[in-house]
Design a protein around this ligand. Sequence first.
Ligand SMILES: Cc1cc2nc3c(=O)[nH]c(=O)nc-3n(C[C@H](O)[C@H](O)[C@H](O)COP(=O)(O)OP(=O)(O)OC[C@H]3O[C@@H](n4cnc5c(N)ncnc54)[C@H](O)[C@@H]3O)c2cc1C
Ligand code: SF4
Ligand code: SF4
Ligand code: SF4
Length: 847
Amino acid sequence: MYSEHTLEKIREIVDGCIGDAVPFCEAACPMHADVRGYVGLIADGKYKDAIRLIREKIFLPGVLGRICSHPCEKKCRRGDIGVQPMAIAALKRFASEFDAPEDWDMTKDAHTGKKVAVVGAGPAGAQAALDLARLGHSVTVFDRNAEPGGILRYGIPEYRLPRGVIDFEYEYLKKMGVNFRMNCEVGKDAAFSDLRGDFDAILIAVGSQKSVVLPIPGNDLEGVIPALDLLREVSVSREFPLHPSEGAKRAVVIGGGNVAMDAARTLRRLGAEDVHLFCLESPEEMLANPWEIEEAVAEGVEIHAGWGPVAIAGGKWVERVTFRRCVSVFDEKGAFAPCYDDNMTTEILTDNVVFAVGQTTDFSFAGNTVKAGPDGRAEADPDTLQTSALNVFAAGDAVSRPWLAVEAMAMGRKAANSIDRYLKGQDLREGRDFTKEGSYETKLEVGIEGEERVDRVATRQLKAKERVRSFDEFDHGLSEEQALKEALRCLKCECLHCVKDCLLLSDYCHIPKDLFRDIMEGRNQNLLIPYSCNMCGRCESVCPKDFSMGDRFHDMRKELVKQGAAPLKGHDPIRVHQRLGFSWFFNVTVPARGAKTAKRVFFPGCSLSSYNPGAVGSVFRCLRERLEGVGAVLKCCGKPLKALGMTDDFQNRFAAVKRELDRLGAEEVIVACQSCYATFKQYDEGRRVRSLWSLFREIGVPEEAKGIGKDTGITLAIHDSCVTRDVPEIHDGVRFILKELGYEVEELERSRENTECCGSGGMIAHVNPSLAKRIMRRRAGEAESDYVATYCASCRASMVKGRKKGLHVLDLMFGGSWKGRPTPPIDSSLASWVKRWKTKRKLRGQL
Ligand SMILES: Cc1cc2nc3c(=O)[nH]c(=O)nc-3n(C[C@H](O)[C@H](O)[C@H](O)COP(=O)(O)OP(=O)(O)OC[C@H]3O[C@@H](n4cnc5c(N)ncnc54)[C@H](O)[C@@H]3O)c2cc1C
Ligand code: SF4
Ligand code: SF4
Ligand code: SF4
């Protein structure tokens, strides 16, 4: 339907529009939870809806609400205003308090008859099991622990994550029909080869279960404890046999990550009074989350950054540890390559040493079926998570560095997708966008200019002294009042500025790229759409990508005209108007006084001439009094034809206008109409174009008009014409005039370069009157004042249709005082032509 050139331009919008780009938080969340959506629901008090929305992506909202390191918050745009991102995790936890099993989505695809074994009931295995069960597969989870949860239950301390929360949320899997074989260690209680025989596919999600103990002298002494052994035992019994001698309550933790913080804080709760944490990294480089460090310090953990262990000394039990200064941890490429200063050492007396310097993965049960990578973890295709054995997949900490629970879940989801395709005999890669599986950078752009800083609401935490006395949860989350307050801080990041601003776009699309894709692909051939555009330029001015939907609609109009499909029937009156507007009966050319030529030509245009002949005459007189060699030309510039897309007709008409000005020898044209101004500026480059409104600033307003608005009690809201968006001198000129006249003015929120259309642009009223009416009402409704001043006669009519008292600047300048007088109504078509003819007479009368 459209030429390649037009389609190419449309394609730019289809490809580049970011209207569907997800917010920063959602893109950063490895599970892509609809954060903006659920935070908005919380702000609306719709807590049940919020938790339902969260559960569409995350089956562990209460767990993640407590322990997630929330990569989403690192990217949250609100964080760019005073480094205070939204408390997204805390809000998720708040919503999780409204979770109820009866609201859980129990839908599943029809049974496929395929069986999948998942080894490991941690977050990776559990997420995969759930997704596969939803897809209709029969899933059995094997885990050597007594209860499911993996590190969530046997690593993360209870004071951060009460076990009841894990029980409640894992219950969903059971309800969905996932079978659990607990206390079943694969490789010991069940052979991997049997699993391969019994199941169609296997997922290895065994995590990284063994803490590394550094190979330094004394690492085999009693009192040397791998962090996960400590945390696991405390998770089960809330106890751990520290140094048995009386009064020995000293402990050293080696490591600077979150596991080290958990170990140190657990030691404090076990009664250790002197807990020292040593790590290689500087305080800025430490891997632990800043808030975990803060909380540990508050609980009495002493942190020594920049030290590496040399040796542990003692008899049977640990007695002391020696450290040397670590001068740098990473090399220039960012690889781990610590360098030490051996001359700087320190020694600390202690009874227990906990190693929290990393974990290893053990999947030896798989024999040679699954290869190990260089770091000892399972080797799997990073995109599909398939291992060298086609029906064996691997996910979570068993594959990647141990990091975040939510990342392990995202890998579980990725593996489930691959397994499902494998079981269905489908390609594992086709149609997948691997860049969007897990965290990614959104294309969204959101400005924060003008946004005020609002402080983040802190959760309710027990005081440090109190919390170290027990393993009870120390953070009590947000109260309802706090959650509401916090949720309101969300900036609701999205683009769609154009759709929010433009009634046409919001009538016909949710996202412009979808509308233009449909147009491009011929699915949407509704000609009313291009012909409902005001050509106001607002979309381009608000679009961060500078897309001009108006220009595209105009391109379409031009092509429709060429094809004979437009103008539309409703445009017939405009064609009539154009014929009359160019007829000798309504046109006149007036040279300068006493001459046959005119250096300057006043060009009042059609709409003003059809509205206020007296004012046109007065302006002409005034210009002649104050400037040399002023003539006048009454003609239409042809802009309506241009707007309709009738390019050839427009060019013919405007060429005639230029010929007339050339005939007069005009060097300068003075225009009263904004559309004429834009037309001359664009198509009459050789001539100086001046707006009447900026000119009055130079020549001054008539003496008799000065101060006329004073004491009238009239406040005028100023409506700026959208065609003048980029012409500040016109805006300034109009304001100068109104000030000289003595009127109080109201500046609309959207004015000057931010102004919006009055509804008369693009000739839309002829084909889409109801849209035009809504635009007029919306624009007029922005003014608090009853009176709206315009400097375009069409805009004035729109304001009147929008139920305001519309006055043209020339009504104000030459129409006397408006105090207590009715403002002019809208003329009938006939009355307008009569006025146009009268204008001709007024101009001729000054020959
Ligand atoms: C102490 C600690 C604190 C952490 N804190 C946080 C935190 O605050 N926030 C955060 O987001 N992340 C945290 N993490 C990281 C997060 O817990 C892990 O990334 C996540 O649990 C990994 O999930 P997974 O399913 O891959 O493995 P895991 O959670 O380790 O689960 C693996 C499961 O496999 C089972 N298994 C192993 N071998 C076998 C076998 N042979 N047969 C049967 N079953 C087997 C194990 O028993 C275990 O249940 C923490 C990790 C640790 C160690
Ligand atoms: S303003 Fe509109 S057209 Fe521009 S990127 Fe945003 S949604 Fe797309
Ligand atoms: S302000 Fe709201 S929508 Fe924007 S990134 Fe933050 S949470 Fe997401
Ligand atoms: S030019 Fe104006 S009316 Fe047309 S699409 Fe853009 S904002 Fe909407």
